[in-house]
Design a binder for this molecule. Structure first.
Ligand SMILES: [Fe+2]
Length: 274
């Protein structure tokens, strides 16, 4: 959404004028000098030149904005999108969807499955689930070099009973890019660059509100000190190892896999609310 898409011009005026006042007070309180002010604006300009404008702001502020958006919601909590989403991922065909991956894709197999319902508890078929995540080296296709386009990015649809399942690999914790302006700031603050392992997902159905989520894994590293400060209790899911040979064969695998379940609840779009 662009600022020009905000229908309420009064809202824009309110928040921009208040932000202006907050920053003016901040400059006075901390006696920010002209050179310090220029260093700050140069940092933003440099982040744009480095393609990090989203990363810089997402690391510090996006989780707070999603918390505000989740207040009073009856549906599943939203989570940060992060800077690495890409529209137009390949469409997968079920009932067992397999994420696009290299023939020798590294990583433990992960079966991610669950059910989508509305806030009334009724199952929702025909929901598009748009999943993306890092590879076993913590890298994203179309962002980092030498990875096939749309690797580990895919869209699939929930079944009429609301269920979905997709076979992929278990992503690891990873360091966000640290060689650009965002890394410079984090280093100056003495912070590390790691995010806990996670899946990114968007859910869409025409008559329901689109939802962006991010799911983390119980027991994983960096859950308590995510560089983006984005982990929330309702977004941490359990992992189970499955070594039953029948179930392994059902997934078309020849080795044990990890099973993770999450059930999504979508809210009706305002025009479709009863
Ligand atoms: Fe990510």
């Amino acid at each position: 959404m662009a600022v020009t898409d905000v229908a309420d011009q009064g809202r824009i005026r309110t928040v921009v004028e208040e932000l202006e006042q907050v920053l003016l007070e901040f400059i006075r309180k901390h006696q920010i000098t002209h050179s310090e002010y220029r260093a700050a604006t140069d940092l933003i300009i440099d982040s744009i030149k480095a393609g990090e404008e989203s990363l810089l702001f997402d690391v510090f502020f996006e989780a707070e904005a999603t918390d505000v958006g989740n207040l009073g919601r009856e549906c599943s909590p939203e989570a940060i999108e992060g800077p690495f989403y890409l529209p137009g991922a390949p469409v997968l065909t079920g009932p067992l969807n397999v994420m696009p991956q290299r023939p020798d894709e590294k990583g433990e197999p992960l079966l991610f499955h669950g059910r989508v319902t509305g806030t009334d508890g009724k199952p929702l078929g025909g929901v598009e689930l748009d999943l993306w995540h890092a590879d076993a080296d913590g890298l994203y296709s179309n962002i980092h070099p030498n990875i096939p386009d749309y690797n580990l990015r895919g869209r699939f649809t929930s079944e009429p009973d609301g269920t979905f399942r997709v076979l992929t690999i278990l992503p690891p914790p990873y360091e966000i890019p640290k060689d650009g302006p965002t890394g410079t700031v984090l280093r100056a603050l003495g912070r590390h660059f790691f995010r806990p392992a996670h899946l990114h997902i968007k859910l869409r159905r025409r008559d329901y509100e689109e939802m962006t989520s991010q799911l983390y894994f119980q027991g994983g590293e960096y859950l308590d000190n995510d560089v983006a400060g984005a982990v929330r209790d309702g977004l941490v899911i359990a992992l189970h190892t499955v070594d039953d040979t029948t179930l392994i064969a059902e997934q078309g695998l020849n080795r044990p896999y990890t099973d993770a379940r999450y059930d999504f609840v979508l809210a009706p779009a305002p025009a479709h609310q009863a």
